[in-house]
Design a protein around this ligand. Structure first.
Ligand code: NI
Length: 175
């Protein structure tokens, strides 16, 4: 299992680098990311959230929509938003790097994403609903962007302050 970094870790603001070659090492890492995401549990995870500055994302929204659903993992390497729909939707978002904090975020309802799959083949996916939100949220991570960036400055600063304080308390408790 991989360690998930949380706010205010500065790494979360780093823009990740493209993956140059899809090899066994990359596939093993993606598998570990998926296990870590399921264990958390979450519906999406970007490599930077486990401290790796590479453009890789895993997600699986199947269970969110139906508890008994079969897993439908998606592995996206170097994902890129190709186009978004004009209609927008407000959905509640959370993030494994900002534990137990949820807020409404408005985003395009549909998205088309190009990416390399775990065999290194170029793929395209058209998504709507929760999957579209998840893909946009995770691709934002690769650009150092967090969902709290869509909130008002007041709310964002409040969240950052809360997590900074928690981190400081945790550090002094173990010192
Ligand atoms: Ni997130």
């Amino acid at each position: 299992m991989l360690d998930i970094i949380t706010l205010p870790d500065r790494k979360l603001r780093v823009a990740s680098e493209p993956v140059e070659r899809v090899d066994d090492e990359v596939r093993r890492f993606l598998d570990n990311m998926l296990e870590t995401m399921y264990d958390a549990p979450g519906i999406g995870l970007a490599a930077i959230q486990v401290g790796v500055e590479r453009r890789m994302v895993v997600c699986d929204v199947a269970k969110r929509e139906d508890e008994d659903a079969e897993p439908e993992p998606l592995f996206l390497i170097n994902p890129e938003v190709l186009s978004v729909s004009d209609d927008r939707v407000v959905r509640e978002e959370g993030c494994l790097s900002i534990p137990e904090y949820f807020a409404d975020v408005e985003r395009p309802d549909g998205v088309r994403v190009g990416y390399l799959d775990r065999d290194g083949n170029q793929q395209e996916i058209e998504a709507t609903g929760v999957l579209a939100t998840c893909l946009q949220h995770e691709i934002d991570h690769l650009n150092g962007k967090l969902f709290i960036d869509y909130l008002s400055k007041l709310r964002r600063d409040m969240v950052i302050r809360k997590f900074t304080k928690q981190a400081r308390q945790a550090t002094s408790a173990t010192a």
